[in-house]
Design a protein around this ligand. Structure first.
Ligand code: ADP
Ligand code: MG
Length: 624
């Protein structure tokens, strides 16, 4: 509990004891009773009264403080001292409870997201010095000791260790890392001392980006939250007008018909309706539910950038996936090298690797690695110039003065170069030197271990169709599609074709159905932003994709989509339960209150009781 909450708790206890004592002491004199009850009333309610007055002064009259102040002051004026004080007392109990619950889920989430590094170690004259990670420049060597968090993204230049990545990815198995491996900030170093050369500034590092996303996620409101905000704006004044009418019209009618007016009875009923109709149960529990849902998802390694996206995820019926890097690992193995003419196999691989030297495409990375492994040589980028990457086709560069082009069949056709058709299935990288065909390299990717289960889980979670779009060759695409059980596969697409395909699907789907695109962001950032919901691979994906995406899968595991979908369904389910529950109880009590069947004590339940139940229900979203 915070200091503020403790103070409120003390006020609640003191005032509750006084109320209990005064209601037991028989005091005949009304004025003495009034003075006695005013003590606990003011102890517990002075801040609400103050806020209500400030609200009136600032022109924002109709809020729950106003409702409570009006109802309790009214009750006291009419001589219902005990009821008036009790309403205020229970209202404060409800508020305390709610602020405690909100604080607790905040703390839970920040514990889940306990990734913010406080310092970075740099070596100075053989001594370790702790500095602010913000001051570390790119290319600095930092030292991370066992037990410390990696503060900045970088590459290991010394040491072996295991990293705990669970705060980032939800993956509980530690990851082994060695010299040369990339590490992302936010992981905890478990066993060995690591020397890391930073590749980014702190502000650009994974950890800063994630914290930014989580902190800003509550800015993007879901439809349910917007509905409640709008609802409360009209609802509270409407309730006040209704209460005023209830206080004035029936007595006036009585007078007209020659009966006694019965003012106090109708005013009490009107005040009761004010207490019942306080909208705090909804105003509080709905954002809390989304907050919990987003927190629960991030503990599973799924970053959701706003409640609106969590809502859209629960309505997703079509999932469109990219192949390379999304369903497959994007780590290709060379399976065949077929050189044409005078070229040797080694020379062919060398030219391909050099041509790819500046590209980030998974194919490029794999070819460069294969070259390094096979020949033991490093790529000397000074031999490479005039690099050009044609997305969906391949790359071209000048190497030692010769123009080398490497890419797929489409690229060879575009360059008008005759090529050999391989017999085996695989992704083909054809190479041409100065316009003459030099042979092909056949590479193959493996599907992610979870990909098949991921697609089955999506179907089980209610997704109607899983569609795979890829720029890769048809035979490769179809064999992967069959292995994984996707419903529809489209191959040999250029990035623009993928956008067109997604647009066609968007136009064909039902109005309440959402379409999600899942990609690694290499060549597919445009589709990510075009779909209703863009989901990107965080560990492997490009920065552009993570920016463009609405949801980021931290560990690149496609099975997390279904996990997140289930969390979103549960969250939305709880939100709807709370809306229904609160509205049904409130309207029932309002109806009964207007005709006098509900007294102040029931009104307190309809307000505070409903709020507490709704908040308790909302906190369930945190546990998934
Ligand atoms: P996807 O991610 O669906 O495989 P891309 O648009 O990234 O689609 O790539 C489509 C195809 O274009 C690849 O399968 C490959 O044949 C070719 N290609 C793209 N970039 C390169 C590259 N850098 N080197 C060689 N081939 C490439
Ligand atoms: Mg791709």
């Amino acid at each position: 509990m915070t200091k503020k909450q403790k103070k409120v708790l003390i006020r609640i206890i003191v005032s509750a004891v006084l109320v209990a004592a005064f209601s037991l002491i028989p005091v005949e004199n009304q004025y003495i009773r009034l003075v006695l009850f005013l003590i606990p009333y003011l102890i517990i309610g002075y801040d609400i009264l103050k806020k209500a007055v400030l609200g009136i002064i600032n022109g924002q009259v109709f809020d729950e403080n106003f409702l409570m102040a009006l109802a309790t002051v009214g009750a006291i004026i009419l001589g219902e001292y005990l009821e008036g004080t009790a309403v205020m007392l229970f209202y404060q109990i409800g508020e305390l409870f709610q602020s405690y619950a909100v604080g607790k889920s905040r703390r839970n989430i920040s514990a889940l997201m306990d990734i913010r590094p406080d310092y970075a170690n740099i070596e100075q004259d053989g001594q370790l010095e702790q500095v602010d990670p913000d001051d570390v420049e790119v290319g600095t060597i930092i030292v991370v000791q066992p037990g410390e968090k990696v503060p900045i993204d970088g590459v290991i230049v010394g040491g072996d260790s295991t990293l705990n990545t669970s705060a980032l990815t939800g993956e509980s198995l530690p990851r082994e890392v060695h010299e040369g491996d990339e590490v992302i900030s936010g992981c905890v170093n478990l066993t060995g001392l690591l020397r890391i050369e930073t590749t980014r500034e702190f502000g650009e590092s994974t950890v800063s980006k994630i914290l930014d996303l989580v902190e800003n996620s509550s800015m993007k409101k879901s439809r349910s939250e917007n509905f409640i905000t709008r609802f409360a704006k009209y609802y509270t004044p409407a309730v006040c007008i209704g209460a005023l009418a209830l206080a004035l019209l029936p007595p006036a009618a009585n007078l007209l018909m020659g009966h006694p007016a019965n003012w106090s009875q109708w005013i009490i009923r009107a005040l009761t309706t004010l207490v019942i109709s306080c909208p705090c149960a909804l105003v509080i529990s709905i954002p809390l539910s989304f907050f919990g849902g987003i927190g629960g998802a991030s503990s599973k390694g799924v970053l959701v950038k706003g409640s609106n996206y969590l809502e859209a995820l629960s309505e997703t019926k079509y999932v469109v996936c990219d192949k390379t890097g999304t369903l497959t690992k994007g780590v290709f193995e060379v399976t065949q090298i077929e050189a044409a003419g005078e070229t040797t196999e080694d020379a062919l691989l060398e030219m391909a690797a050099y041509a790819e030297s500046y590209s980030n495409h998974p194919i490029s990375k794999s070819l460069k690695e294969a070259y390094g492994r096979r020949t033991g040589n490093q790529i000397d980028t000074s031999r490479v110039s005039d690099v050009e990457e044609i997305s969906g086709h391949g790359v071209s560069a000048v190497i030692d003065g010769r123009r080398v082009s490497a890419g797929n069949v489409k690229y060879m056709k575009m360059l008008d170069i005759p090529y050999t058709v391989p017999h085996k299935i695989g992704t083909e990288v054809h190479v041409a030197v100065d316009g003459k065909y030099a042979g092909y390299i056949l590479i193959s990717d493996i599907v992610k271990p979870n990909a098949k289960a991921a697609i089955a889980d999506l179907k089980a979670a209610g997704v109607r169709q899983v569609i795979m779009l890829t720029g890769d060759a048809r035979n490769v695409a179809e064999s992967v599609a069959e292995e994984l059980g996707v419903d529809v596969v489209k191959s040999e697409l250029l990035p623009a074709d993928k956008v067109a395909e997604v647009e066609r699907l968007l136009a064909a789907k039902g109005e309440k159905e959402r379409l999600a695109f899942v990609g690694d962001g290499i060549n597919d950032a445009p589709v990510l932003s075009r779909a209703d919901l863009g989901i990107a691979m965080g560990a492997m994906g490009s920065d552009a994709a993570i920016e463009a995406a609405d949801i980021v899968l931290m560990d690149d595991d496609p099975a997390k989509i279904a996990t997140a979908m289930n969390i979103s369904r549960k969250t939305l389910g709880i939100v709807h339960q709370n809306i229904m529950f609160a509205l049904v109880i409130k309207f029932a009590c309002l109806g009964l209150g207007a005709i006098g069947f509900v007294n102040m004590w029931w009104a307190i339940f309809a307000d505070v009781g409903v709020m507490i139940i709704a908040v308790l229900n909302a906190t369930r979203t945190l546990k998934s």
